[in-house]
Design a protein. Structure first.
Length: 417
């Protein structure tokens, strides 16, 4: 009998995702809107954004190498598996191509023997993968510069009290940024190319045994472009060169100078990572923004994300008629346009939009051009606001932003002049 390959498992995963999301028509006929919906579900389940172009290549089997572990883990999360390995373990299958010389009794016996062996293997593997912690575990992080990127972080660790087969340090949520460490040593350095509030992890086998917050502060606003959210090194722009007529803006000539391939899907992000001096329970953010996309995207989107110490809030505005793809996240609450009426998030994204996001005593409100469009209760505490990120499909502009505290006093303001 022939055991399935990694590509066989990918095909099984794709078919099950299509069935779960009611996309189980002929794969080649899936439309862009189907892949956009799938991309949104993956982000909702795993927190990982996989672009529509990547999903299209994956569904057309247009890849020479097996996708990255982070991509496979994200796909498995849609089916409520913790990671790709769990999906494979639960989907242990025997190929339908059987050796003809076996009769039915021999085949049935072989099947049960294999099943017992697989179960034993899984039990032994799971047991052996659990690290044994016999004492204190030390894990700390020190930045080499206080402000700006790139920024090297020196991790100090002590795992002498841990028994495990392998040890790793992971920069953040992204498994691609996981590096094996020597348990006999105590120091390893890692470089961060983007600002943000990262939660580094110390891992034994596949178990997180310690965490450490790493706040990489930006020197004001950092504009950059990437093709995939998993790109390790983005294409950054000089903030001063992106200011014109009193607002932040990047035009096509800037892209050409930076060597951006405008034929590919890309996202422009504007990132400010700092302590804004407010908490998730009492704040107000006002901003004026619009899309400047040079591409004729069917459903262009604008997103503003507020990053807190323990979670994120975001609001996505989208072109009128595309509200099916609208979504928002307010703490532990996520809502999308498929299962909720988010028609008020639709607007003319190519015109200036005045957006206000406020929260008081676990009650969040969003206003668009002065009109309330979202009222949402939430429960969890998320601490201080430590970052703001704008994301545009293609290009976009920001004219103004202000952040106010509980007393209504403005603690941060930028007119981009």
């Amino acid at each position: 009998m022939i055991m399935p390959s990694e590509k066989d498992y990918i095909q099984i995963c794709k078919r099950e995702i299509e069935k779960l999301l009611a996309l189980d028509n002929v794969s080649s006929s899936l439309k862009s809107r189907d892949f956009e919906y799938l991309s949104g579900k993956i982000k909702e389940k795993s927190g990982i954004a996989i672009s529509v172009s990547t999903l299209k290549r994956l569904w057309k089997d247009d890849f020479l190498q097996i996708p990255q572990p982070a991509t496979l883990n994200a796909l498995a999360s849609v089916l409520d598996y913790s990671d790709w390995q769990e999906f494979k373990q639960k989907k242990q299958i025997i190929s339908t191509r059987k050796v003809k010389l076996f009769n039915k009794k021999t085949l049935l016996l072989s099947f049960f023997m294999l099943l017992i062996a697989v179960v034993i293997l899984i039990l032994v593997k799971n047991r052996s993968n659990e690290p044994v912690i016999n004492g204190e575990v030390h894990f700390s992080a020190d930045k080499t510069i206080s402000l700006g990127v790139p920024n090297t972080v020196v991790f100090n660790y002590d795992v002498s009290n841990v028994v495990a087969d392998s040890f790793f340090i992971q920069q953040s949520w992204n498994e691609r940024f996981r590096e094996r460490i020597d348990p006999k040593k105590q120091v390893i350095s890692s470089i961060y190319h983007l600002p943000g509030f990262h939660r580094a992890k110390l891992i034994a086998n596949n178990t997180v045994i310690a965490k450490q917050n790493v706040h990489i502060l930006s020197d004001g606003w950092l504009p950059y472009i990437n093709y995939e959210v998993t790109d390790r090194i983005p294409i950054c722009f000089n903030p001063d060169s992106t200011l014109s007529d009193g607002h932040f803006h990047i035009d096509e000539s800037d892209l050409q100078l930076a060597g951006i391939d405008i034929k590919k899907d890309f996202k422009l992000r504007l990132n400010n990572s700092r302590d804004f001096g407010v908490t998730d329970d009492n704040f107000s953010v006002r901003t004026i923004l619009k899309s400047d996309s040079i591409k004729s995207a069917t459903c262009p989107r604008i997103q503003i994300m507020l990053v807190f110490e323990a979670n994120i809030f975001w609001i996505s505005l989208i072109k009128k008629g595309c509200e099916y793809y609208a979504d928002y996240k307010i703490g532990e609450i996520y809502a999308n346009g498929k299962n909720n009426d988010l028609s008020l998030l639709g607007c003319n994204v190519f015109e200036w939009q005045n957006l206000e996001f406020s929260a008081h005593q676990k009650q969040a409100e969003v206003k668009l051009n002065g009109k309330p469009i979202i009222h949402q209760k939430y429960v969890q505490d998320f601490g201080k606001m430590v970052g703001i990120i704008y994301t545009f499909d293609g290009l976009g502009s920001v004219d103004f932003i202000s952040v106010s505290g509980a007393d209504g006093k403005i603690v941060y303001r930028d007119d981009f002049e």
